[in-house]
Design a protein around this ligand. Structure first.
Ligand SMILES: Cc1cc2nc3c(=O)[nH]c(=O)nc-3n(C[C@H](O)[C@H](O)[C@H](O)COP(=O)(O)OP(=O)(O)OC[C@H]3O[C@@H](n4cnc5c(N)ncnc54)[C@H](O)[C@@H]3O)c2cc1C
Length: 503
C-alpha cells in the first residue's frame, strides 16, 4: 500500500492501509499498558479529523469507535460541502464564513478526489413571487462573495446567475413548466459519500501513525484514559486504555459521556431515495422552497449511483437517541409533497426505493430558540460547534461535516497540542483514498448494483471492513436500497472469508 507522500507536511510515518490484523496488533499494545498522548473517542467525521490533527502534529494517538467508522450521524448527511448560504440567510455571517473557508480547504486541498461541484436550481415559478426571487438572488450573490473571499475559484465553483426556463429544463428535465419564468443557478460542493470521507480521514490519520480501533466502546472516560470493551472479540472483555489527554467526539451521544457538561438538542433530518428516472434524470439539484417557511427548501440531489436524494426535514428530536433513526410516514409525505410542487410529475411512496434519517448533534441554545420565536423548531438552531472541558476531558460537538476539520483543530488547541506537538497542519494535508478500485473496473455484485467484488475485497484488505454491514452500509452504500442489500449479502459474507475468492 501507498505510504503517505512526504513533502508538504512532515511526519507521515506509516501505511494508510487498515485491516483486522493491524487493528488486533495495535489494540493489544494499548491493552498491554502503552500510554498515548491523545485518546479520541468516536469514529465519525469529527473524531477522525481529531485523530489526524493530533497525529500530524507528531503526537501519539488512538481513536476508538464502538461500531464501524461512520457508524453514527456522519453517514446520514446530505453529503454537501456547504458554503454557508443558509446561515447567511439567518444573518449568521460567522458560521457562513467558517463554512465557506472549510469548503475551500476540502475542495482544494483535502479531498478534491471526493468532492465535485454540483449545480443547484431554484425554479422561479408561481410559488416564488418576483420579490422573493430578487431576495434570493441577493443572497446568492452574497454567497458568491464568501466563496471568493474564502479563495474558491470561479472555475471550481462558478458564480450564481439567473437562467432561462429552457436552460433550467435542460438541466432538470423533470421540472414543471407551469408558470416557470426561469431559475436561479448556483453551485456548491457534493461529497461523493460521507462515510467514505470519514474513511479517507481515518486512513490518512493511520498514515501518520494513529491507531484506528473500530468496535471498541468506551463505558467511562477519565482525564487519563477510558474503560473500554472490545466488541469484535468474543472474549475481549473490559479493560483500561491510558492517555495523557482524552477527546470526546461522540456526536449526538456526547452528553452521555460528558456527565452533563454539554447539553444537546438533537434535530432529526430525513431523506428519501428515488430512481433518477422518476424525476427526469436531472443533472442539477433542484431546490423547492417550502411555502411559508422563509429560507427553507426541500431539495432533490442527483447522485452518482443513479438515485436522486430528496431531503430534508429538520425537527427537534426528544428522548433516547436510537442507533439508527428511521423516517416517519409524515416526514415522507412532507418531502414528497414539497418537491412535487416544482416537478412535472407528482411523486408518491411507490417511487421511493430507500430512506434514511439522522440526528444532528446540535447544541441546545435557549438564545437561538428564542430568536426564531418558536422553541419547538430546530431548523434555525445554531450550527456552531463547542469545545467544552470538564473533569480534564475535552468534548467537541455541534458543527457539521463541512466544518469538522476546524472543530478538531479547536479541540486539539484546547489540550495544548501546539505546545506538546506542533501547529495544526490538517489544512495542508491531502486525504488518502484516491487509490481504491472504481466501480466501473470490475464485475458488478449483481445486475444493476453499483459496486464490484474488487471494491469489497479492497475494503477488507485496506479499509478495515470487519463485518458484512461494514461492507454494505459504510464502504459501499448498497444497504440504502433494501433489495440491493439482499442481492449483495452473500458477496459481502464471501469477501470476509479468508482465502475465498469473491467472484
Ligand atoms: C440528516 C442530516 C443531514 C446533514 N447534512 C449535512 C451536509 O450536507 N453537510 C454537512 O456539512 N453537514 C451535514 N450534517 C451534519 C453532519 O452530518 C454532522 O454534524 C456530523 O456528521 C457529526 O459528526 P460527529 O463526528 O460529531 O458525530 P458522529 O458521526 O455521530 O460520530 C460519533 C461517533 O461516536 C461513536 N460513539 C458513540 N458513543 C461511543 C462510545 N461510548 N464509545 C465509542 N464510540 C462511541 C458513534 O458510534 C459515532 O460513530 C447533516 C446531519 C444530518 C443529521
Amino acid at each position: 500500500m501507498s505510504l503517505r507522500r512526504s513533502g508538504a507536511v512532515p511526519g507521515a510515518v506509516a501505511s494508510d492501509s487498515l485491516d483486522a490484523t493491524r487493528r488486533a496488533r495495535e489494540l493489544a499494545a494499548l491493552a498491554g499498558g502503552e500510554v498515548v498522548d491523545v485518546l479520541v473517542v468516536g469514529g465519525g467525521i469529527v473524531g477522525t479529523w481529531a485523530a489526524l490533527d493530533a497525529a500530524s502534529r507528531g503526537l501519539s494517538v488512538a481513536l476508538i469507535e464502538r461500531g464501524d467508522l461512520a457508524q453514527g450521524t456522519s453517514r446520514w448527511s446530505s453529503k454537501l460541502a456547504h458554503g454557508g448560504l443558509r446561515y447567511l440567510a439567518h444573518g449568521d455571517v460567522g458560521v457562513a464564513w467558517e463554512s465557506a473557508r472549510e469548503r475551500a480547504i476540502l475542495m482544494d486541498v483535502s479531498a478534491p478526489h471526493l468532492i465535485r461541484a454540483l449545480p443547484f436550481l431554484i425554479p422561479l415559478g408561481g410559488h416564488v413571487d418576483r420579490v422573493a426571487g430578487a431576495t434570493m438572488e441577493v443572497g446568492l450573490r452574497l454567497g458568491d462573495a464568501l466563496r471568493a473571499g474564502a479563495g474558491t475559484s470561479r472555475r471550481r465553483l462558478p458564480p450564481a446567475r439567473r437562467i432561462s426556463a429552457e436552460e433550467a429544463r435542460q438541466l432538470a428535465p423533470g421540472l414543471s413548466d407551469r408558470q416557470l419564468r426561469g431559475a436561479l443557478l448556483h453551485w456548491d460542493g457534493q461529497i461523493e459519500d460521507d462515510a467514505r470521507l470519514v474513511l479517507a480521514v481515518a486512513r490518512t490519520a493511520a498514515s501518520y501513525g494513529a491507531r484506528i480501533l473500530t468496535y471498541v466502546s468506551a463505558s467511562k472516560l477519565r482525564a487519563d484514559g477510558a474503560t473500554v470493551r472490545d466488541e469484535h472479540s468474543d472474549d475481549g472483555g473490559t479493560f483500561d486504555l491510558h492517555a495523557r489527554h482524552v477527546i470526546n467526539a461522540t456526536g449526538v451521544w456526547a452528553d452521555t459521556l460528558s456527565g452533563g457538561a454539554v447539553r444537546l438538542q438533537p434535530s432529526k433530518g430525513s431523506h428519501l431515495l428515488v430512481p433518477a428516472a422518476a424525476v427526469g434524470e436531472p443533472r442539477a439539484a433542484v431546490n423547492a422552497p417550502v411555502p411559508g417557511a422563509g429560507s427553507r427548501f426541500v431539495f432533490a440531489v442527483p447522485r452518482a449511483d443513479g438515485l436522486v436524494m430528496i431531503g430534508i426535514t429538520d425537527a427537534p428530536f426528544d428522548g433516547p437517541v436510537p442507533d439508527v433513526p428511521t423516517v416517519d410516514a409524515d416526514e415522507e409525505a412532507f418531502l414528497l409533497a414539497s418537491i412535487s410542487r416544482v416537478l412535472e410529475r407528482t411523486l408518491t411512496s411507490q417511487d421511493v426505493v430507500g430512506r434514511y434519517a439522522g440526528l444532528r448533534p446540535l447544541l441546545a441554545s435557549d438564545t437561538d430558540a428564542d430568536a426564531v420565536g418558536d422553541p419547538t423548531a430546530t431548523a434555525d438552531l445554531s450550527r456552531r460547534h463547542a469545545v467544552v472541558e470538564h473533569d480534564g476531558i475535552v468534548t467537541v460537538v455541534g458543527g457539521k461535516l463541512t466544518t469538522a476539520r476546524r472543530m478538531a483543530q479547536d479541540a486539539l488547541d484546547r489540550i495544548g497540542a501546539s505546545a506538546s506537538g506542533g501547529p495544526c497542519a490538517t489544512h495542508r494535508i491531502q486525504l488518502a483514498g484516491a487509490d481504491r478500485p472504481a466501480a466501473a473496473n470490475g464485475a458488478a455484485l449483481a445486475p444493476g448494483i453499483p459496486a464490484t467484488h474488487e471494491q469489497l475485497r479492497f475494503a477488507v484488505e485496506h479499509e478495515l471492513a470487519l463485518t458484512p454491514d461494514d461492507l454494505l452500509d459504510r464502504r459501499t452504500r448498497i444497504g440504502l436500497v433494501p433489495p440491493w442489500r439482499t442481492a449483495a449479502l452473500d458477496a459481502a459474507h464471501a469477501a470476509l472469508e479468508p482465502g475465498v475468492p469473491t467472484t
